[in-house]
Design a protein around this ligand. Structure first.
Ligand code: GLP
Length: 259
């Protein structure tokens, strides 16, 4: 894992946006895996600004979002589809035919999960998967005890995750189920970029990077991925035992260089 520690969340966002932009520029038909959540809002805002400045092009990009709530249609304001429109898709020129989202209101969620896996394969696989991390160590909606080999499927959300996402649905309850890419699906991406900011993520980040591999903290599965970059601010990095080492290898989040 490449661990990049930036002084604050703005710098972490800038570094992560630069990694996404470099990926988009490096491929003729980039396939980009996208995440939702509060951590992603500033990232998408920065990418929109880079697009407006002519620094990134979304026209050739195919996107796949990580997850969606079961029973929630794309036009529901708390859907991840609505989040993506509000934060990215409505602000850039992108081919709607290449935007892939899980249909939360699909009549058969299991069949929808299978369809999505097949669509990822048909697109040639995900080239760069952007990820956040839940406070309990979940990635996408792979809650603790998810199989580390899992593929896209329906998962039951923990009460902690439902509480963390309550504001979007208030006064209605958060759905109990979601369709999510599996850990195995995420590990099949060629590259992963996980972004975490703020003190509330410090414990999950330390477990993910330095803890024992295990389903109790699904994000630890990224230890088995060969090209994962983790971009952190100082608060999210604050529980790392080997923080000095990461900062020696990548001062202020810079690339490693031989003397
Ligand atoms: C949600 C999403 C994840 C996201 C996580 C953290 O449950 N399904 O993809 O990484 O929460 O979200 P936030 O960035 O709001 O802390």
């Amino acid at each position: 894992m490449k661990v990049l520690i930036l002084p604050d969340s703005a710098a972490a966002t800038e570094r992560a946006a630069g990694i996404v932009a470099a990926f988009l520029a490096s491929e003729a038909k980039p396939v980009l895996g996208l995440a939702t959540g509060e951590t992603m809002r500033p990232l998408y805002a920065r990418l929109v600004a880079m697009w407006a400045a002519g620094q990134v092009d979304f026209v050739p990009v195919t996107t796949f979002n990580l997850d969606e709530y079961v029973g929630v249609p794309a036009d529901h304001p708390a859907s991840f589809a609505a989040f993506m429109r509000a934060n990215l898709f409505d602000h850039v020129t992108i081919n709607p035919a290449r935007i892939n989202l899980l249909a939360g209101d699909a009549p058969d969620p299991d069949a929808e999960a299978l369809r999505y896996e097949e669509a990822i394969t048909a697109a040639g696989g995900i080239g760069l998967q952007v990820l956040g991390i839940g406070r309990n160590g979940h990635v996408a909606f792979n809650e603790p005890t998810s199989s580390l080999a899992s593929r896209t499927r329906v998962k039951t959300l923990t009460e902690a995750t439902r509480r963390a996402n309550a504001a979007a649905f208030a006064p209605d309850p958060v759905p109990r189920f979601a369709i999510t890419l599996g850990i195995g699906t995420i590990l099949a991406a060629k590259r992963c970029l996980l972004i975490a900011t703020g003190q509330s993520k410090a414990d999950a980040v330390a477990r993910m990077i330095e803890g024992p591999l295990g389903a109790d903290c699904p994000a630890t599965a990224l230890q088995m991925h060969r090209q994962t970059t983790v971009v952190l601010d100082e608060e999210a990095a604050s529980n790392l035992r080997l923080r000095d080492y990461y900062e020696t290898v990548h001062p202020a989040g810079a690339e490693a260089r031989l003397p």
